[in-house]
Design a protein around this ligand. Structure first.
Ligand SMILES: Cc1cc2nc3c(=O)[nH]c(=O)nc-3n(C[C@H](O)[C@H](O)[C@H](O)COP(=O)(O)O)c2cc1C
Length: 250
């Protein structure tokens, strides 16, 4: 298992080979063994293999080709629809139409997603998460017929790799780990912790391509801009409300 974790690399090119039902079921079973809040299991996984539906998803995922290429697309959803129905059938009044419940269900969905990814990689498959789910949640929900109380949280494409990229860099452990209490970072410490990243060959290449003076600017000005973040925050919040998760009344 730990081999899969330490050799993880996102795969963005896939062979057309399908994933056998046996392996896919093992992956889904692994997802279902993740911890969930109070064992409520307030998430669902939509498994998409139909090329027509994948084509619609591809449009919503900013036309990232791996959505069409990979044989399986898994959409992990925060889901109180099923749990609420169970409550109502059992003379119990659900109080899950609020943001906390959305957040809870999202955590369940993400833990299940990561379990699925590890199991997939352990079976020789490649995976890639798609952050475009959070940008295009309403469109994706429409394509997948998600009812009220269900919000897509993340998507994972998986299949047999048709590329073998190197491991990507990580910040040193001391950057992300705090013992006993949080130790805030001095400017000097930030420079030290990001030194390798800021000065790598890949970064030099990116700066040239993007005509920027720092890697941080590639993030703030090109990849994840304030303008986009504000726009997509609004549409995501609107959709979470539409799906019934923003009631603040008792
Ligand atoms: C929530 C999330 C969303 C992501 N979205 C995308 C995406 O839309 N497209 C893509 O090519 N990679 C995406 N990735 C993959 C990251 O770019 C990748 O994990 C990161 O660069 C580290 O590389 P590695 O996974 O190969 O170690 C996403 C990863 C996560 C966790």
């Amino acid at each position: 298992m730990s081999n899969a974790i330490f050799n993880h690399k996102s795969i963005r090119k896939y062979k057309p080979d399908t994933i056998s039902d046996e392996i896919l079921n093992k992956i889904l079973k692994a997802a279902s063994r993740a911890s969930t809040t109070g064992n409520m299991q307030v998430y669902s996984i939509v498994v998409t293999t139909d090329p027509k539906i994948k084509e619609h998803l591809w449009e919503s995922h900013f036309k990232q080709d791996m959505v069409k290429q990979a044989p399986v697309v898994l959409t992990f959803c925060a889901d109180f629809n099923r749990f609420n129905k169970w409550c109502e059938l059992n003379n119990a009044t659900p109080g899950y139409d609020n943001f906390l419940s959305f957040y809870t269900a999202s955590i369940d969905a993400l833990l299940a997603a990561q379990n699925a990814c590890i199991e997939a990689e352990d079976n020789g498959l490649g995976i890639c998460y798609l952050g475009t789910t959070t940008y295009m949640a309403e469109k994706i929900a429409g394509i997948l017929d998600l009812p009220k109380n269900v919000v897509p949280v993340t998507t994972v494409v998986m299949g047999y790799p048709d590329e073998n990229p190197g491991l990507t860099d990580r910040l040193p452990l001391e950057a992300i780990v705090h013992y006993d209490k949080y130790q805030d970072y001095s400017d000097e410490k930030i420079k030290e912790l990001y030194f390798e990243k800021d000065n790598s060959e890949l970064t030099k290449q990116l700066l040239k391509e993007n005509n920027k003076e720092s890697l941080a600017q590639v993030f703030t000005d090109n990849r994840y801009t304030k303008k986009d973040n504000v726009f997509f925050s609004k549409s995501l919040l609107d959709f979470i409300e539409k799906q019934g998760f923003m009631n603040n009344e008792e």
